[in-house]
Ligand binder design. Sequence first.
Ligand SMILES: NC(=O)c1ccc[n+]([C@@H]2O[C@H](COP(=O)([O-])OP(=O)(O)OC[C@H]3O[C@@H](n4cnc5c(N)ncnc54)[C@H](O)[C@@H]3O)[C@@H](O)[C@H]2O)c1
Ligand SMILES: N[C@@H](CCO)C(=O)O
Ligand code: NA
Length: 798
Amino acid sequence: MNDIRVHAVDASNLVSKEGCEKLVEIYRSYSEHHQVFVLSPVRDSQLEIGSLLLLARHHDERLWSMLEKRFSVWTELVDRLLARLAGEKVLQRIKEGFANIEDLLRAVWLVEDISSGSKNYIDMVVSSWVADVLCHYVTALKITSNLLDYQFALRETGVKQDCLFVSGLLPQAENFSPSDGIAEYAASMLAASLQAKGLTFWNDMALLRNADVLEVPSAKIIRSLSYAEATELSFFGAPLIHPQALLPAIEASIDVQLRWWADIEAEGTVISKQGDGMSPNRVKGFSIIHDVALINVEGAGMSGVIGIASRLFTAMREASISVILISQASSEYSICFAVPEKQMRLAVETAKVAFAHELGDHMIQSIDGEIGCAILAAVGKQMTGQAGVAGKFFSSLGKAGVNVRAIAQGSSETNISVVIKGSDSKKALRALHAGFFLSKQALSVGLFGPGNIGGTLLDQIASETVRLKEQFGLDIHIRGIANSRKMLLDEEGIDLSRWKERFENEAVDLKMEDFINHIGATYFPHSLLVDCTTSSQLAEKYVSWLERGIHIITPNKKAGTTNYTYYRSLLDTCLRTGRRFLYETTVGAGLPVICTLKDLVQTGDRVHRIEGIVSGTLAWLFNQYDGNVPFSSLVRKAKEMGYTEPDPRDDLSGMDVGRKTVILARELGYAVEVSDIPIESLVPIQLQDASLSEFMSRLEELDEPMLKLFREAEGRGEKLRYVGCVDEQGHCSASLKSFVADHPFAQATGTDNVICYTTDRYFSQPLVIKGPGAGRDVTAGGVFSDILRLAAYLGARI
Ligand SMILES: NC(=O)c1ccc[n+]([C@@H]2O[C@H](COP(=O)([O-])OP(=O)(O)OC[C@H]3O[C@@H](n4cnc5c(N)ncnc54)[C@H](O)[C@@H]3O)[C@@H](O)[C@H]2O)c1
Ligand SMILES: N[C@@H](CCO)C(=O)O
Ligand code: NA
């Protein structure tokens, strides 16, 4: 016997050229099989004819013109799809069909009654036209085909042609809502009777995901399910699975694919006997039943009394109340159960009547109902057979602050259900999704300031994300980018190969609260804000962000140099919340300046003095300056190369060095303020308050005083260097000095920072850190290292 694959397709999708082409594409993708396409009734409003029955019954004269219109739609369609000869044949049959339908409508008009037979007849005839059109369409493509009425198809034992189109009166499973999955059920029956190798349901809505995308935007497509898991998920409202439609296929052990008509390339879900028995993740998905009420029956007198539960649920059954979940503690002190919200009143009344006697005797104290609940279920094959699943389930809910009101676990171990407040359902689903399907190190990252450093950082992350994920399981999602006016948010993470373009075209007005809420979403295991701006306002918010559980990484020196009280509260908040504030790049850019100092201090070394060239810009300027090229043109170049602060006066005024010196002093425990320390400025007084653009246009005014200083130092055989210093008493200073040629400071080149730590252990020879201390690549690289440092702290295997 030949291998057969059966498809269930909505015929409404097939009455267009695109639809027919799609079907042929599907056919070709399985061309090693004979294929059977079971067509559902046509439900397209343009083409539908069954709806005319109502007009006939109500003697609505518009009926005849509408019938005429429908006929012309069908003839046009055939003209468009088929060549002349084939078209004529099909049209002839359609014409005959319309004549019969017209007779039927007249009969309905007369008797004023629509029998179910008339509706079925019309559905049947119309879907046979579709099959007819398809047959001729594929014949023109040299695909052999036939069309068969469903009842006849069931009697076939094989399929001889390349493909077979089955239409006609399709059977309905019991308790079926007729519009739901009728073609699926018929296809499943047919697949079983033909002993097909596979069965595909082509739905119109979407692919099956492990949670509702509206509630959990990052929900993933489920690739495989066992029969039991699929049935369980469908009960919990997964709209794409029709449980009754699966039954015939399940009995015949046929694999069923759930696929999506709109994206026929996408793989979809395979439902099979074994599911993916090998997968370590036993939980397949989460579902929610909304609008549920919880009924609580409580009373000390119930304990040990036989028959209470039986009387309670018999009463519910007699009142036609559907009980969706039951839970009873073994103390038997209370029974609680869930019912649809609209049956809550009836359920409570019914229980009160049933136990009127016990209520009177105070054997039962109370019977209460509570609306606004939801049932949340985790579904997976034997998931509860695996230790730790329930633990993770409840701890994820607990961490997200979701209160669990009642618990039930199916003994089949394919589902754990809990009753929660309806308003918690989104939060709960997201928390579970993160707990079970995201990697433990998944980081939700927001970046402020996609400028010089921030932009370079994004590009660096872009080229390393895949490797980091593969090598270390590190999962970085850049979920937001903002400057001072605009923000771009993305649920999954912005594709960094085109962040600039997306930021330019899609960013919306910045709403700070929305941005922080988005990045700090509790359904991500960890969140991080990276501040690549020079903003003091943002720095003032760090404490509140840490409080909300968000880690902070920054090259911005503002937080480390505002008033000492705030700085202290920042560190205290870190200690208290376990969140990290990392700022290695605030001194010496990517050079390991801060972490080295922390290591010295934490291991008990005593630091006597820190002295260093800590401005990359000033280092570069004094290295380059030889009295010939004007100082001002060097400043312009340094700005272009990304060494300077956005306003180069921050460098030239010594302020940048002053700030870095304070950061280092505070690292040693000194409560220093920037305003306390002497800072020597190289900016002429008349330019201090000018606008940035005016300052840049009047840069030449720096040249003469600088040339004078240079010549004086040259006269002494020394070189100019701008240095910061912290002494043993915690006194700080920032000033321009000159050094003899063999001093380490005089020998530095390029943007080299040189930082000397004189300590107990490094006394006669200070510990020296030297290297480029400014620039886009080294700084962004340093911020990136801080991100990896954070990830390691959070448990990544780096
Ligand atoms: N250039 C270096 O070598 C270097 C080295 C170490 C540290 N840093 C520090 O890196 C930071 C960034 O420097 P840059 O050269 O990239 O600056 P930049 O001017 O190129 O970029 C700053 C970005 O921040 C944005 N921004 C400004 N204020 C904001 C606010 N309140 N909210 C949100 N966004 C805001 C701007 O729109 C811009 O996109 C600075 O703090 C700087 O001190 C720079
Ligand atoms: N403008 C700074 C950048 C590094 O903080 C410098 O030149 O050192
Ligand atoms: Na550094």
